[in-house]
Design a protein around this ligand. Structure first.
Ligand SMILES: NC(=O)C1=CN([C@@H]2O[C@H](COP(=O)(O)OP(=O)(O)OC[C@H]3O[C@@H](n4cnc5c(N)ncnc54)[C@H](OP(=O)(O)O)[C@@H]3O)[C@@H](O)[C@H]2O)C=CC1
Ligand SMILES: O=C(O)[C@@H]1CCC=N1
Length: 270
């Protein structure tokens, strides 16, 4: 199995490491991590997942078969400059950086196999909805290896690179929208007398049940909704408010803004 080095040790890197080590597809001894300056976070990852910290001399980077780029887009160009001369010729890049294109990575890190991935933080519980796109230099064997890694943290779809912008808007950022709904539904239920704990548990179970029903795939979402909505009943009253407050427009605007931001970030740091 490959030696993997994470450049960047924040929320996304930790979620992937958490998922990977839980699945035991990659041994902690094969995973190395580095960041810019937060030693405490590196220590936390070492203590929690038993992974290795990249030392000053960067030997681990030179020996790595897979380099995972997990820094913010604004830090990418500096980070590329810091690692470029240490990469070995055959090393494959897996980038989770939002927006930044394979072409940009190639310009800074050389012509090499590059997979651009959009995971989400549910990787920490093995439920990331990931998508991947790659350049022609990624061999069939390496593609299978990338898919294997991504399947260890959830589901994976292979998409055109252009589609990663909307994937980012929908699935990369997606958990945050659902957490926002969780916050708001919980607050609303508390206002009407439930405890936070009860409201949260009921909402989580409701999301989980609805997700399972959708996942069965035999009934369209609109039909599932119809089955809940008794004429003249409570759901109808609730949904009328969602329509009245233009929640549909808010959702279209949300996805449009997020996918557009992905494009802007890509251009800004190319
Ligand atoms: N969070 C999410 O839900 C998702 C994030 N992504 C993408 O993942 C990437 C990381 O996001 P996230 O984990 O949330 O960000 P964080 O801010 O949590 O982590 C960023 C990490 O990058 C490190 N870093 C910054 N500069 C360098 C450098 N020059 N060399 C090495 N490491 C460096 C930081 O180190 P230090 O702390 O020391 O400054 C930190 O460990 C982003 O590009 C984002 O678009 C993709 C999908 C989902
Ligand atoms: O907010 C962001 O830019 C990153 C990319 C997807 C999720 N978090």
């Amino acid at each position: 199995m490959s030696k993997i080095v994470f450049i960047g040790a924040g929320a996304m890197a930790e979620a992937i490491i958490n998922g990977l080590t839980k699945e035991e597809k990659v041994l902690p001894a094969q995973i190395h991590v580095t960041n810019k300056s937060d030693i405490d976070q590196l220590e936390h990852l070492k203590q929690t997942y038993n992974v290795q910290i990249v030392c000053e001399e960067k030997k681990a980077i030179t020996e790595a078969n897979i380099i995972v780029l997990a820094m913010k887009p604004k830090d990418a160009i500096d980070a590329f400059g810091e690692i470029a001369s240490y990469l070995n010729e055959g090393a494959m890049i897996i980038s989770v950086i939002a927006g930044v294109s394979i072409q940009t990575i190639s310009t800074h890190l050389g012509t090499r196999p590059i997979a651009r991935v959009m995971p989400n933080t549910s990787a920490a519980v093995g439920l990331s909805a990931s998508a991947v796109s790659w350049n022609d230099l990624v061999s069939e064997k390496s593609k299978l290896e990338v898919i294997d890694i991504l399947e260890a943290i959830g589901s994976v779809k292979v998409v055109d690179e252009e589609d990663l912008h909307v994937v980012t808007a929908l699935a990369g950022s997606g958990p945050a929208y659902l957490y926002y709904f969780a916050e708001q539904f919980e607050a609303a239920a508390v206002q009407h007398g439930l405890t936070s704990a009860d409201a949260r548990q009921l909402f989580i179970q409701t999301m989980e049940g609805a997700a399972q029903m959708l996942k069965k795939g035999d009934v369209e979402p609109s039909e599932l909704r119809r089955k809940v909505t008794s004429p003249g009943g409570t759901t109808e009253a609730g949904v009328e408010q969602l329509i009245h407050h233009k929640v549909d427009e808010a959702i279209f605007a949300c996805i449009d803004a997020a996918q557009n931001k992905s494009r802007v970030l890509g251009k800004q740091y190319e």
